[in-house]
Structure formats: C-alpha cells, structure tokens
Design a protein. Structure first.
Length: 288
C-alpha cells in the first residue's frame, strides 16, 4: 500500500467492534477516543534512557540503536515508523524483552529490565507483553483456541480457566465461530486476529505489534486496525511498528526512527498536523 493512500473503510467487523453504529470516520475526525482526557496523570509503561544496541558479526560491529530515549505511558497508542534498516525491529525486540540492550536503561512497568538474564526476561515477557508479528507466528498443528491459550499454559493457569479465557479472547476479536479451526483453515486476516487474541489473553501491560498488517490485504488490514482501535479504547497500551504511513496514522502518537535514533515524536494534536504534512517531511515536535 502506498503512502498517502490512507483509507479507512467501515467494515462489518469494525461496526461490530466499535459498537457505535459503525459509521466510518476519516482519519483525524473526532472519535470516542478524544472524549478521554489526554492530560490525565500518566504512568509510564516504557522508559528507555539512552539505549544503544550494537550487533557484532565476526569482527564487524554495527550500532543499530544509538542512544534512544523514549517514554510511553499507560493507555497510549503509539506507532513507531521508519524506513527499512532504521532499527524498528531492533527496538521492538528490546521493548519486548526478546533481546538485550548494549548500553542504557530500560524500565518496563517500573521494573528495570536492562540487566536481567534470559530466564528472567522470558518470565517478564510472558507476564507483561502480548506480541503480534507480521507472520502471525501461530502453531499450525493447534486449533485457534489452543494457540490462544498458550501464554496461559506458560503462566501455569489451570486448564479449564485457560480454555474459558481463550474462548473469550477469540470472541472479542470476532472469531467465536472459528475456535476449533487450525491456522491453515483460516484467512490471513483471521489468523492475525487469532494472534491478537493470543496477545490479549494474558492481560498484558503492553501489546507490541511488529508490522501486524504487513502480510494482509486492505480489507484484513482494516479489520486488524479496527481491533487495535478497540484495544486502545479499552485502555490498553499499544505499540505498533510499521513502515506504512496509513497504518501509523491510526495511532495517537507517531515516533519516527532513522539510523538508530528517534527523529521525531508527535503528540495527537501534532499528529493531525503530521497528516496534513503527509509528504513525509519530518515533524520536529519533541514530545517530552
Ligand atoms: N542480528 C543482527 N546482526 C547484525 N546486524 C543486524 C542484526 N539485526 C539487525 N541488524 C542491522 O541493524 C539495522 C537495523 O535493523 P532492523 O531489523 O532493526 O531494521 P528495521 O527498521 O526493522 O527494518 P525493516 O523495515 O526492513 O524491517 C540494519 O542495518 C540491520 O542490518
Ligand atoms: Mg523490521
């Protein structure tokens, strides 16, 4: 999908989920989200302080992140944008405790996770973060609900409760009638909705999505983005990584990354300005 071709179709799923009668609204138009006070006391979920990440391959080192400061508060919906190779996935891996930073500090929900070992990181990851990936990352041999219950298996939740919560999460993403199907029996958009249900089921502090619509057609993209809107409206903290402007514009805040640095960071009001400046000129509105 090309930049500037922003579209926001009302779909049956979107209507179902937003429960507002389903009128599609253009990007930037007032929505229910804006009824929430934007200046409420903020609790940080993510605090990155001067974070760097250096990859070493043989004798070659590459500094993929070069001193990133970033704070994301509870309930924010943030898109991280940037061109290929700018460090988005590197940043996502650190935010998601899938990889460790080289220097700097990362506090997740107030807990310093900069120096944790693999075992502790895995524990934090399972407890605090729900992931959605471009490739869905579902287990092909398992039914939808078995996939969704997996984070709860790792968390030691009893099986009856796991099943009930998995079923509930699947109905929240509009898949109550597909719980027994395996991923191969579902469309791409449906598979990604299963992945969103899996990300939700453990009630995480943070939902992290890396190019969640990268493999979807425009209709399924609209479905999945409507789901993220819904999560945001329900008070979830959502961080979405994308290189598509039309996807990023759905978020309430846009962080642009380039060459391992944060280039710009816009709040919702500036974001509306950013839409007018869709030519891609960087916005200088330092947010904090
Ligand atoms: N494991 C690794 N070892 C060495 N270099 C790496 C490694 N992973 C990433 N890099 C380099 O770090 C830089 C940032 O990579 P990253 O995957 O974070 O980019 P990206 O912004 O996610 O790009 P894309 O939009 O293509 O997914 C790139 O130059 C990449 O080649
Ligand atoms: Mg990437």
């Amino acid at each position: 999908m090309a930049d500037g071709g922003a579209r926001r179709d009302g779909t049956a799923l979107e209507d179902l989920l937003d429960g507002s009668g389903g009128a599609a609204h253009p990007i930037g138009a007032p929505t229910a989200l804006q009824d929430h006070p934007s200046q409420q006391p903020a609790t940080p979920v993510i605090e990155l302080l001067r974070v760097s990440k250096t990859y070493t391959t043989g004798s070659i080192t590459f500094e993929a992140l070069r001193g990133v400061d970033l704070r994301i508060d509870q309930g924010e919906y943030v898109a991280i944008m940037g061109p290929s190779g700018s460090g988005k996935s590197t940043l996502m891996n650190i935010l998601g405790c899938l990889d460790v930073l080289t220097t700097g500090t990362y506090r997740l929900a107030g807990e310093d996770v900069s120096e944790l070992d693999e075992v502790d990181l895995a524990h934090i990851r399972n407890r605090r973060i729900g992931f959605v990936f471009q490739q869905f990352n579902l287990l092909p041999a398992l039914s939808a609900w078995r996939n969704v219950e997996l984070p709860l298996v790792y968390a030691g939740v009893p099986s009856a409760e796991r099943k009930a919560r998995a079923m509930d999460a699947l109905s929240r993403v509009g898949l109550a009638d597909r719980t027994a199907n395996r991923p191969g029996e579902l469309s791409g958009g449906q598979q990604q909705r299963v992945a969103v249900a899996r990300a939700l089921v453990s009630d995480p502090d943070l939902i992290l999505a890396d190019e969640p619509t990268g493999n979807l057609d425009s209709h399924s993209t609209a479905d999945v983005l409507a789901l993220f809107d819904e999560l945001h409206e329900a008070g979830r903290t959502v961080v979405l990584i994308t290189h598509e402007l039309e996807v990023a514009e759905r978020a309430r805040r846009m962080v642009r990354v380039r060459d391992g640095l944060v280039l710009s960071d816009t709040d919702p009001d500036e974001h509306l300005g950013a839409h007018a400046d869709a030519a891609g000129r960087p916005q200088d509105g330092g947010r904090r």
